[in-house]
Design a protein around this ligand. Structure first.
Ligand SMILES: Cc1cc2nc3c(=O)[nH]c(=O)nc-3n(C[C@H](O)[C@H](O)[C@H](O)COP(=O)(O)OP(=O)(O)OC[C@H]3O[C@@H](n4cnc5c(N)ncnc54)[C@H](O)[C@@H]3O)c2cc1C
Length: 387
C-alpha cells in the first residue's frame, strides 16, 4: 500500500468512527481510518455507554445533550440502531451540592434539559427494591439512559463508509512522518499513506501515537473493572440507570436479566494496555457486591456472572485532550476521555470535524485544548470519572 489521503484517523473507537462520519458528511475529501484490531475492539466496546447530562463543566453537558439529540434520531441522522435505551438516568444523592452530586444542576437546567428531583417516597415508588434514607434524593434525568457502544460505533463506521470513508482494520500505525514541523505521512503495517492531517483517536495508546510525532502526551492507561450479575428475582424490572452517588456504585441493565456494575472512579492503577490481566480480582468483586448490596439487599444473592478489566485513557486533570497540536502542523488530538468519553462522542466529533475543516463548531472544544489554555477548574474529581 502506498497512497494518499486528505485525513487519516488513528483508531476506530467511537471517536475515530464518529469523526470519520462527520468529516465525510461534509466536503473533507478522502478520509481513512486505521485500526490495528477491528471497529470497537478497544475500550469503546466495553463501555458502560451511559448518558447523563450532569457535569460541573458546561462543555460536557452541552456535548452530552447534543449527542442525546443524535441518539434520539439515530436512524435518520446516522442510520441503523445505536441500541439507545432512554429509560432515564437516576443519580441517588444525599446532597444537591455540586461536589457531592457530581455535577451542577443549574448547568443542566440552563441548557434546557429536563430534571426531576424525587423525595424518598417518590424514589421508593420508582425503585421499590432499594433502601433509602430520609435525607436521600433522586435526581432523575428522563432523557438520559444508555446505548450499545458496539452498535453505536459500528453504525457510525458503516455510515462513514457509505459516505466514502475507508476503514482499514488489522492495520497498525507504526510511525508518523513529519517534515519541517508538519505531518507528511503515516507508516502502517501495510505500507505508507501520504497525508497532511492525522487525528490521534487511539485512546489508551494515544501517548504512543503522539510520541511517533515527537509530541509527549501525559496519557496514562488505567484499570477500570466491571462485574456482571444476574438480576435477582426481586430486581427484574425495567427502569433508569441506577447511579448511587452515596455508595459510589452504579447498576445498569444489559438486557432483561443481567446488570453490569462498577464503582465510580477508582481508576488508580496504571497498566500496559497490551499486556495486563483482564479479569477482576476477587477483592474488587467483593467490594463491588458490598457496594451495591448496601442499597439493594437482593444483590447479596445475585449470582456473579464474571467481569472484566478495561482501560481508561487518563490525563493528569482527568479531562480530554482535543484539538490541534501547535508543535506539529496537521496533527490533531481527540483522546484522554477516561471514563466519560462515550456519551459526548457523537457531538464532540461533529465539532472537531468542523474545526479540522476550518469551520465554526457547534460546541467550542477549546477548554479541552492541550496544553491547557483555559481554566477547566480543578482536576476532574476522581470519584466522578465514572458515571
Ligand atoms: C469500562 C468502561 C466504562 C465506561 N463507561 C462509560 C459511560 O458509561 N459513559 C461514557 O460516556 N463513557 C464511558 N466510558 C468511556 C468511553 O467508553 C471512552 O471514553 C470511549 O469509548 C473512548 O473511545 P475512543 O474512540 O477515544 O478510544 P478507544 O475505544 O480506546 O479506541 C482506540 C482505538 O485505537 C486503536 N489503536 C491503538 N493503537 C493503534 C495503532 N498503533 N494503530 C491503529 N489503531 C490503534 C485501538 O485498537 C482502539 O480500537 C467507559 C470506559 C470504560 C473502559
Amino acid at each position: 500500500m502506498s497512497r494518499k489521503a486528505d485525513v487519516v484517523i488513528v483508531g476506530a473507537g467511537v471517536h475515530g468512527c464518529g469523526l470519520a462520519f462527520h468529516l465525510t458528511a461534509t466536503d473533507a475529501g478522502s478520509v481513512v481510518v486505521l485500526e490495528r484490531g477491528c471497529v470497537a475492539s478497544g475500550p469503546t466496546g466495553q463501555s458502560g455507554a451511559m448518558i447523563r447530562p450532569l457535569f460541573d463543566q458546561r462543555v460536557y453537558a452541552e456535548l452530552v445533550i447534543a449527542s442525546t439529540r443524535m441518539f434520539e434520531q439515530w436512524d435518520q441522522v446516522v442510520g441503523g440502531d445505536a441500541g439507545f435505551v432512554q429509560q432515564g438516568f437516576l443519580r441517588i444523592t444525599d446532597s444537591l451540592e455540586t461536589a457531592a452530586l457530581g455535577g451542577d444542576l443549574e448547568i443542566t437546567r440552563f441548557l434546557g434539559e429536563p430534571v426531576e428531583i424525587l423525595d424518598r417516597s417518590q424514589l421508593t415508588e420508582l425503585v421499590p427494591m432499594a433502601r433509602f434514607d430520609d435525607d436521600e434524593k433522586g435526581i432523575l434525568f428522563p432523557r438520559g439512559g444508555y446505548a450499545d457502544p458496539y452498535q453505536t460505533t459500528v453504525e457510525l463506521a458503516a455510515a462513514a463508509v457509505r459516505q466514502g470513508a475507508e476503514i482499514l482494520e488489522e492495520t497498525e500505525v507504526v510511525g508518523l512522518r513529519t517534515k519541517s514541523g508538519r505531518i507528511t505521512g503515516v507508516m502502517t503495517s501495510a505500507g505508507e499513506i501520504a497525508t497532511s492531517v492525522v487525528v490521534n483517536c487511539a485512546g489508551p495508546w494515544s501517548g504512543r501515537i503522539a510520541q511517533m510525532a515527537g509530541v509527549p502526551l501525559p496519557i496514562e492507561p488505567q484499570a477500570a473493572p466491571t462485574c456482571l450479575f444476574r438480576k435477582p428475582r426481586e430486581m427484574v424490572t425495567v427502569g433508569p440507570v441506577l447511579s448511587d452517588g452515596v455508595h459510589q456504585v452504579y447498576l445498569r441493565a444489559m438486557g432483561d436479566t443481567v446488570y453490569r456494575a462498577a464503582h465510580f472512579g477508582r481508576a488508580e492503577q496504571t497498566l500496559d494496555p497490551d499486556d495486563y490481566d483482564r479479569s477482576v480480582p476477587w477483592v474488587q468483586q467483593k467490594m463491588l457486591r458490598e457496594g451495591v448490596a448496601q442499597r439493594y439487599d437482593a444483590m447479596r444473592r445475585a449470582p456473579f456472572l464474571g467481569g472484566f478489566t478495561a482501560v481508561y485513557d487518563m490525563s493528569p486533570d482527568g479531562h480530554p485532550l482535543v484539538g490541534a497540536v501547535d508543535e506539529v502542523e496537521g496533527f490533531w488530538l481527540d483522546c484522554g476521555w477516561s471514563g466519560n468519553g462515550f456519551a459526548p462522542a457523537p457531538a464532540a466529533t461533529r465539532s472537531l470535524a468542523a474545526r479540522i475543516l476550518g469551520q465554526q463548531s457547534e460546541v467550542s472544544l477549546s477548554p479541552f485544548g492541550w496544553p491547557r489554555t483555559s481554566d477547566l477548574g480543578s482536576r476532574l474529581h476522581p470519584d466522578w470519572v465514572h458515571p
